[in-house]
Design a protein around this ligand. Structure first.
Ligand code: FAD
Length: 473
């Protein structure tokens, strides 16, 4: 039997596990996944709390990448629910369709604002026919597609809440994240004459019936059943290098020393952490350029209420600044069996910076602001609230600033001085993505490695592939 090559993967989120799953599937690799936390799955995990199974915010399975949904269906067998998608935008006290439709906005905004929006669209449309230049920022991208009044009403405040200062965001942030096409197509969709396509808006999605975390959990099982290992509670201390390659990974496992030999290293852990492990803190200039890449922290505030359901939607976006959160998500909308019959859990997510008041507020303060917002929006009554839980994750939202492409080139060049390293995942590759993209990355890495391609070529080709990813709401 052909001897298997060894692959160590850092991080057991969906990024690392997807790489492990597809590598194990080829039958050519002995896979070891090292996870820092005590649980696997990263932000795609679920956890048990007060008789609820909870996800880290609204997580659905959907993809427009050929073959990805088929792969996930094969993996999950008959444990995926197919759910019609229900999600809207809460604006000026009303729920409106998202992606936006002009028809729905008319009743909500009143005639003067509605006309202002229409004139804004028309102006940008006309300008597009005469003179449309490449947008230089998120702001320019969105104004060109929706007109300034709509940008200022919806997209500017939402982007400001999620990423901060939209004028300093790269247009790629809009291309990847906001369901928008160009010129006439947008107008036709807004008027409801042309339908959204699966490329911009999913009509249904899949959801693992036991909670989203069953998806990474099933990948872990597959890796282990194929002879691989997924080890939690690890503390990677050193990447041993020789001849321009990483030859082994030294780590503490449950506090004891361990060393894992490897032919290839796939990293899904934060780039600054990987860079320090590879070059040491002494490589100050390089570490400085990695740390120059911007991230936002994620905060999730779960509010528990004594009623069986609170919303009609699975999740709702809230662009207005008066609400601390940018989205609310009701876990039991995915599967009512994920919580007790007469209670519900609403997860409210938002992002912020290290020095923001939100990041530095106490859990109690955040919960109070969140409950106030939910009550104000009419989603729950104050006397129904039975408890709260706050979860915080550092550096989970890549924030593409105007220089991020150049910054990434510099970082990649330096990291590629090691010939058997590959990056994957959201924070691992500094790519604003969803779990289906992580699955695609893992599949791409495994298929190309198995056919004998050079890791640096795979990396560069993956970078090009990733540049076309689009998040479908
Ligand atoms: C609110 C919200 C909603 C979302 N909605 C969706 C959705 O609807 N559909 C969808 O598909 N995706 C969704 N996503 C995106 C999805 O969560 C990410 O694409 C996915 O979690 C990225 O996986 P990852 O493995 O790259 O990162 P992570 O999930 O962060 O995993 C990284 C792992 O590496 C580990 N790690 C870190 N440092 C080390 C170290 N030094 N050594 C070892 N291990 C380490 C971490 O503990 C973690 O387990 C959503 C995300 C959020 C926050």
């Amino acid at each position: 039997m052909e001897k298997k090559e060894k692959v160590v993967i850092l991080g057991a989120g969906i990024g690392g596990l997807s790489a492990g799953y597809f590598l194990a599937k080829t039958g050519k690799y002995e896979v070891t996944v090292l996870e820092k936390a005590s649980a696997i799955g990263g932000l795609c995990a679920s956890f048990e709390y007060n008789d609820f199974t909870l996800d880290y915010g609204a997580h659905k399975i959907y993809s427009v990448i050929p073959g990805v949904l088929d792969e996930i269906q094969t993996l999950m067998a008959d444990r995926l629910l197919t759910l019609p998608k229900k999600n809207r935008l809460y604006l000026r006290g009303h729920l409106v369709d998202y992606p936006l439709k002009l028809g729905n906005l008319a009743g909500v905004l009143g005639l003067p604002t509605f006309l202002k929006l229409g004139i804004g669209y028309a102006f940008e449309l006309a300008r597009g026919f005469v003179l449309r230049r490449q947008p230089n920022s998120y702001e320019e991208y969105m104004v060109q597609r929706f007109g300034r009044p709509a940008y200022e009403l919806v997209f500017e405040p939402l982007a400001d809440k999620v990423w901060g200062e939209p004028a300093t965001l790269h247009p790629e942030m809009a291309r990847a994240r906001v369901p928008a096409s160009g010129g006439m197509e947008v107008i036709l969709k807004l008027l409801g004459i042309k339908k959204e396509t699966a490329e911009t808006n999913a009509e249904f999605f899949y959801y693992p019936e036991k909670g989203f975390g069953d998806f990474p959990e099933t990948m872990r099982e597959y890796i282990e059943n194929s002879g691989g290992r997924v080890i939690s509670n690890t503390d990677v201390r050193e990447l041993v290098q020789g001849d321009g390659r990483i030859t082994s990974v030294k780590s503490l496992v449950d506090g004891s020393d361990a060393e894992f030999e490897t032919d290839y290293l796939v990293s899904s852990i934060p780039l600054p952490v990987l860079s320090r492990l590879m070059f040491g803190q002494a490589a100050t200039e390089f570490i400085g350029s990695v740390e120059d890449l911007q991230f936002r922290h994620l905060v999730l505030v779960y509010v528990f209420a004594n009623r069986s359901l609170a919303l009609e939607d699975q999740w709702i976006f809230l662009p207005e600044r008066e609400y601390i959160f940018s989205r609310v998500f009701e876990q039991k909308q995915m599967n009512p069996e994920l919580g007790p019959e007469n209670q519900t859990a609403i997860c409210c997510d938002f992002t912020c910076d290290e020095d923001s008041w939100q990041w530095n507020a106490t859990d109690e303060e955040l919960a109070q602001k969140t409950v106030d917002g939910l009550v104000e929006a009419g989603f729950i009554n104050a006397d129904e609230v039975s408890g709260y839980l706050v979860k915080r994750t550092r550096n989970f939202y890549p924030r593409y600033d105007l220089e991020y492409v150049e910054k990434m080139k510099k970082v990649n060049n330096q990291l590629q001085s090691v010939s058997n390293l590959l990056l994957t995942g959201r924070i691992g590759m500094y790519n604003y993505n969803n779990s289906d993209h992580c699955v695609d990355m893992g599949r791409f890495i495994a298929e190309n490695l198995a056919q004998g391609d050079d890791p640096v070529d795979i990396w560069n080709n993956l970078e090009k592939r990733v540049a076309d990813y689009k998040i479908v709401d």
